[in-house]
Design a protein around this ligand. Structure first.
Ligand code: 0L1
Ligand code: MG
Length: 261
Protein backbone atom coordinates (compact mmCIF):
# COMPACT_ATOMS: atom_id res chain seq x y z
CA UNK A 1 0.00 0.00 0.00
CA UNK A 2 1.40 3.40 -0.91
CA UNK A 3 2.16 6.03 1.77
CA UNK A 4 -0.55 8.22 0.19
CA UNK A 5 -3.15 5.45 0.60
CA UNK A 6 -2.10 4.86 4.23
CA UNK A 7 -2.46 8.59 4.94
CA UNK A 8 -5.86 8.66 3.21
CA UNK A 9 -7.18 5.76 5.34
CA UNK A 10 -5.83 7.33 8.55
CA UNK A 11 -7.55 10.61 7.70
CA UNK A 12 -10.81 8.84 6.91
CA UNK A 13 -10.80 7.06 10.29
CA UNK A 14 -9.83 10.24 12.13
CA UNK A 15 -12.70 12.16 10.49
CA UNK A 16 -15.17 9.36 11.29
CA UNK A 17 -14.19 9.61 14.98
CA UNK A 18 -14.25 13.42 15.09
CA UNK A 19 -17.58 13.59 13.27
CA UNK A 20 -19.06 10.57 15.17
CA UNK A 21 -19.94 8.91 11.88
CA UNK A 22 -19.78 5.17 11.18
CA UNK A 23 -17.97 4.18 7.98
CA UNK A 24 -17.59 0.85 6.14
CA UNK A 25 -14.72 -1.25 7.47
CA UNK A 26 -11.37 -0.63 5.85
CA UNK A 27 -11.00 -4.05 4.22
CA UNK A 28 -14.29 -3.39 2.38
CA UNK A 29 -13.08 -0.14 0.81
CA UNK A 30 -9.51 -1.24 0.04
CA UNK A 31 -9.52 -3.34 -3.16
CA UNK A 32 -7.94 -6.70 -2.32
CA UNK A 33 -8.16 -6.00 1.41
CA UNK A 34 -5.13 -5.13 3.51
CA UNK A 35 -2.49 -7.03 5.48
CA UNK A 36 -2.01 -6.77 9.22
CA UNK A 37 1.27 -4.92 8.65
CA UNK A 38 -0.51 -2.37 6.43
CA UNK A 39 -3.25 -2.02 9.05
CA UNK A 40 -0.66 -1.14 11.72
CA UNK A 41 0.83 1.39 9.26
CA UNK A 42 -2.59 3.07 9.13
CA UNK A 43 -2.85 2.99 12.96
CA UNK A 44 0.61 4.58 13.34
CA UNK A 45 -0.30 7.23 10.74
CA UNK A 46 -3.50 7.95 12.72
CA UNK A 47 -1.42 8.29 15.90
CA UNK A 48 0.96 10.76 14.20
CA UNK A 49 -2.01 12.79 12.94
CA UNK A 50 -3.56 13.09 16.43
CA UNK A 51 -0.20 14.02 18.00
CA UNK A 52 0.38 16.62 15.27
CA UNK A 53 -3.08 18.02 16.09
CA UNK A 54 -1.98 18.56 19.71
CA UNK A 55 -3.10 15.36 21.45
CA UNK A 56 -0.72 13.81 23.99
CA UNK A 57 0.09 10.10 24.18
CA UNK A 58 -0.99 8.82 27.62
CA UNK A 59 -0.55 5.09 27.27
CA UNK A 60 -0.91 1.92 25.28
CA UNK A 61 -3.49 -0.83 25.23
CA UNK A 62 -3.96 -4.40 24.24
CA UNK A 63 -7.26 -5.65 22.85
CA UNK A 64 -8.89 -8.98 22.04
CA UNK A 65 -6.93 -10.69 24.80
CA UNK A 66 -9.82 -12.62 26.34
CA UNK A 67 -11.99 -15.46 24.98
CA UNK A 68 -15.09 -13.42 25.83
CA UNK A 69 -13.91 -10.55 23.61
CA UNK A 70 -12.65 -12.80 20.81
CA UNK A 71 -15.97 -14.65 20.73
CA UNK A 72 -17.99 -11.43 20.85
CA UNK A 73 -16.07 -9.83 17.97
CA UNK A 74 -15.32 -12.98 15.94
CA UNK A 75 -11.63 -12.01 15.81
CA UNK A 76 -9.02 -14.24 17.49
CA UNK A 77 -5.68 -12.42 17.56
CA UNK A 78 -4.62 -9.97 20.29
CA UNK A 79 -3.86 -6.49 18.96
CA UNK A 80 -2.53 -3.22 20.34
CA UNK A 81 -3.49 0.43 20.15
CA UNK A 82 -2.59 3.78 21.68
CA UNK A 83 -4.24 6.01 24.30
CA UNK A 84 -4.47 9.81 24.18
CA UNK A 85 -5.22 12.47 26.77
CA UNK A 86 -8.44 13.25 24.90
CA UNK A 87 -9.70 9.73 25.75
CA UNK A 88 -9.01 9.94 29.50
CA UNK A 89 -11.97 10.40 31.89
CA UNK A 90 -11.66 10.41 35.71
CA UNK A 91 -13.88 7.97 37.62
CA UNK A 92 -17.34 9.25 38.59
CA UNK A 93 -17.32 11.68 35.67
CA UNK A 94 -19.62 11.60 32.68
CA UNK A 95 -19.13 10.48 29.09
CA UNK A 96 -21.24 12.21 26.48
CA UNK A 97 -22.78 9.82 23.95
CA UNK A 98 -23.18 12.78 21.57
CA UNK A 99 -19.42 12.53 20.87
CA UNK A 100 -19.50 8.78 20.22
CA UNK A 101 -21.11 6.44 17.67
CA UNK A 102 -22.12 3.21 19.51
CA UNK A 103 -20.11 3.00 22.75
CA UNK A 104 -19.56 -0.15 24.79
CA UNK A 105 -17.74 -0.57 28.07
CA UNK A 106 -15.42 -3.29 29.35
CA UNK A 107 -13.50 -3.76 32.64
CA UNK A 108 -9.71 -4.03 32.44
CA UNK A 109 -6.62 -4.44 34.57
CA UNK A 110 -3.97 -1.82 33.81
CA UNK A 111 -0.27 -1.59 34.65
CA UNK A 112 2.12 1.29 35.05
CA UNK A 113 5.68 0.27 34.23
CA UNK A 114 8.70 1.35 36.27
CA UNK A 115 11.35 0.15 33.84
CA UNK A 116 11.30 -0.10 30.08
CA UNK A 117 10.27 -3.37 28.50
CA UNK A 118 11.79 -4.54 25.28
CA UNK A 119 10.84 -7.54 23.17
CA UNK A 120 11.19 -9.95 21.55
CA UNK A 121 11.18 -12.75 24.08
CA UNK A 122 9.34 -10.96 26.90
CA UNK A 123 7.63 -13.36 29.29
CA UNK A 124 5.18 -13.03 32.18
CA UNK A 125 8.20 -12.89 34.52
CA UNK A 126 10.01 -10.10 32.64
CA UNK A 127 6.75 -8.17 32.30
CA UNK A 128 5.99 -8.46 36.03
CA UNK A 129 9.53 -7.32 36.87
CA UNK A 130 8.93 -4.15 34.84
CA UNK A 131 5.63 -3.26 36.56
CA UNK A 132 5.47 -0.45 39.09
CA UNK A 133 1.82 -0.78 40.10
CA UNK A 134 -1.56 -2.14 39.05
CA UNK A 135 -4.74 -0.08 38.66
CA UNK A 136 -8.31 -0.86 37.57
CA UNK A 137 -9.78 0.63 34.40
CA UNK A 138 -12.97 0.80 32.40
CA UNK A 139 -12.45 1.11 28.68
CA UNK A 140 -15.10 2.72 26.49
CA UNK A 141 -14.69 1.33 23.01
CA UNK A 142 -16.43 2.80 19.97
CA UNK A 143 -15.72 1.22 16.62
CA UNK A 144 -15.78 3.69 13.77
CA UNK A 145 -17.23 0.90 11.62
CA UNK A 146 -20.88 0.35 10.82
CA UNK A 147 -22.70 -2.00 13.19
CA UNK A 148 -19.45 -2.50 15.18
CA UNK A 149 -18.45 -5.11 12.54
CA UNK A 150 -14.85 -5.58 11.44
CA UNK A 151 -12.11 -8.03 10.54
CA UNK A 152 -8.68 -8.04 12.17
CA UNK A 153 -6.86 -5.57 9.87
CA UNK A 154 -9.79 -3.15 9.95
CA UNK A 155 -9.94 -2.99 13.78
CA UNK A 156 -6.14 -2.62 13.99
CA UNK A 157 -6.27 0.37 11.64
CA UNK A 158 -9.08 1.86 13.77
CA UNK A 159 -6.80 1.90 16.84
CA UNK A 160 -8.52 -1.15 18.35
CA UNK A 161 -11.78 0.82 18.74
CA UNK A 162 -10.21 3.11 21.40
CA UNK A 163 -12.45 5.97 22.45
CA UNK A 164 -12.34 6.70 26.21
CA UNK A 165 -10.89 5.14 29.34
CA UNK A 166 -11.87 5.67 32.94
CA UNK A 167 -9.14 5.92 35.57
CA UNK A 168 -9.39 5.82 39.37
CA UNK A 169 -9.69 3.16 42.05
CA UNK A 170 -6.68 1.97 44.10
CA UNK A 171 -3.11 1.47 42.92
CA UNK A 172 -1.50 -1.73 44.28
CA UNK A 173 1.95 -3.24 44.05
CA UNK A 174 1.95 -6.25 41.81
CA UNK A 175 3.38 -8.52 44.55
CA UNK A 176 0.33 -7.77 46.74
CA UNK A 177 -2.03 -9.38 44.22
CA UNK A 178 -2.83 -12.64 42.52
CA UNK A 179 -3.79 -11.13 39.18
CA UNK A 180 -5.26 -14.40 37.89
CA UNK A 181 -7.91 -14.68 40.58
CA UNK A 182 -8.55 -10.94 40.93
CA UNK A 183 -12.29 -10.68 40.33
CA UNK A 184 -14.47 -7.97 38.81
CA UNK A 185 -18.23 -7.43 38.75
CA UNK A 186 -19.72 -5.00 36.25
CA UNK A 187 -23.03 -3.38 37.17
CA UNK A 188 -25.23 -1.61 34.67
CA UNK A 189 -27.85 0.63 36.28
CA UNK A 190 -27.37 -1.20 39.58
CA UNK A 191 -27.67 -4.73 38.22
CA UNK A 192 -24.74 -7.19 37.86
CA UNK A 193 -24.33 -7.87 34.14
CA UNK A 194 -20.80 -9.26 33.68
CA UNK A 195 -18.36 -11.11 35.92
CA UNK A 196 -14.79 -12.20 35.42
CA UNK A 197 -11.27 -12.53 36.78
CA UNK A 198 -7.80 -11.57 35.59
CA UNK A 199 -7.06 -15.04 34.23
CA UNK A 200 -9.57 -14.29 31.45
CA UNK A 201 -6.81 -12.12 29.92
CA UNK A 202 -4.50 -14.64 28.22
CA UNK A 203 -4.34 -16.70 31.44
CA UNK A 204 -2.50 -13.83 33.19
CA UNK A 205 -2.73 -10.05 32.45
CA UNK A 206 1.08 -9.78 32.58
CA UNK A 207 1.22 -11.99 29.48
CA UNK A 208 -0.73 -9.25 27.69
CA UNK A 209 1.96 -6.74 28.70
CA UNK A 210 4.70 -9.13 27.53
CA UNK A 211 2.90 -9.65 24.22
CA UNK A 212 2.65 -5.89 23.74
CA UNK A 213 6.43 -5.58 24.14
CA UNK A 214 6.94 -8.45 21.69
CA UNK A 215 4.56 -6.93 19.11
CA UNK A 216 6.20 -3.51 19.42
CA UNK A 217 9.61 -5.13 18.89
CA UNK A 218 8.48 -5.95 15.35
CA UNK A 219 8.66 -2.17 14.76
CA UNK A 220 11.79 -1.74 16.89
CA UNK A 221 9.70 0.02 19.55
CA UNK A 222 9.84 -0.52 23.30
CA UNK A 223 7.49 0.21 26.21
CA UNK A 224 9.19 3.09 28.08
CA UNK A 225 9.34 3.26 31.89
CA UNK A 226 6.27 5.00 33.30
CA UNK A 227 3.88 3.77 30.60
CA UNK A 228 0.21 3.15 31.43
CA UNK A 229 -0.90 -0.08 29.71
CA UNK A 230 -4.44 -1.47 29.63
CA UNK A 231 -4.32 -5.24 29.17
CA UNK A 232 -7.68 -5.84 27.44
CA UNK A 233 -11.31 -6.44 28.34
CA UNK A 234 -11.85 -9.17 30.94
CA UNK A 235 -15.49 -9.70 30.01
CA UNK A 236 -17.45 -9.11 26.84
CA UNK A 237 -18.16 -5.43 26.17
CA UNK A 238 -21.55 -4.03 27.23
CA UNK A 239 -23.50 -1.49 25.18
CA UNK A 240 -23.99 1.98 26.71
CA UNK A 241 -26.70 4.58 26.03
CA UNK A 242 -27.39 8.04 27.40
CA UNK A 243 -28.71 7.65 30.96
CA UNK A 244 -26.79 4.44 31.69
CA UNK A 245 -24.63 4.19 34.80
CA UNK A 246 -21.86 1.60 35.06
CA UNK A 247 -19.78 0.49 38.01
CA UNK A 248 -16.87 -1.94 37.76
CA UNK A 249 -16.15 -3.38 41.21
CA UNK A 250 -12.67 -4.90 41.35
CA UNK A 251 -11.45 -7.11 44.17
CA UNK A 252 -8.68 -5.22 46.08
CA UNK A 253 -8.44 -2.46 43.42
CA UNK A 254 -11.64 -0.61 44.33
CA UNK A 255 -14.54 0.48 42.14
CA UNK A 256 -14.83 2.78 39.14
CA UNK A 257 -18.04 4.24 37.87
CA UNK A 258 -19.14 6.28 34.89
CA UNK A 259 -22.40 7.78 33.71
CA UNK A 260 -23.32 8.24 30.06
CA UNK A 261 -25.22 11.40 29.19
O1 0L1 B 1 -13.82 -3.27 19.40
C1 0L1 B 1 -13.22 -4.18 19.95
O2 0L1 B 1 -13.77 -5.01 20.69
C2 0L1 B 1 -11.77 -4.32 19.65
C3 0L1 B 1 -10.95 -3.81 20.72
C4 0L1 B 1 -10.81 -4.80 21.79
C5 0L1 B 1 -10.73 -4.16 23.11
C6 0L1 B 1 -10.37 -5.17 24.21
O3 0L1 B 1 -10.43 -6.39 24.02
O4 0L1 B 1 -10.01 -4.72 25.28
MG1 MG C 1 -10.31 -2.88 25.79
Amino acid sequence: MTPAKIAEHAQRLESAALECRAVPQLSAVEPGGLSLAEAYEVQWALRRRRLAAGARLTGLKMGLTSRAKMKQMGVETPIYGFLLDEYCVPADFEVSTSRLIHPRIEPEIAFVTRSSLQGPGCTIASALAAVDFVVPAIEVIDSRYRDFKFDLPSVVADNASSARYIVGGCARRVDELDLRTLGVVVEKNGEGVAFGAGAAVLGHPALSLALLANLLAEREQTIPAGTYVMTGGITEAIGAKAGDHFAARFQTLGSLSVRFT
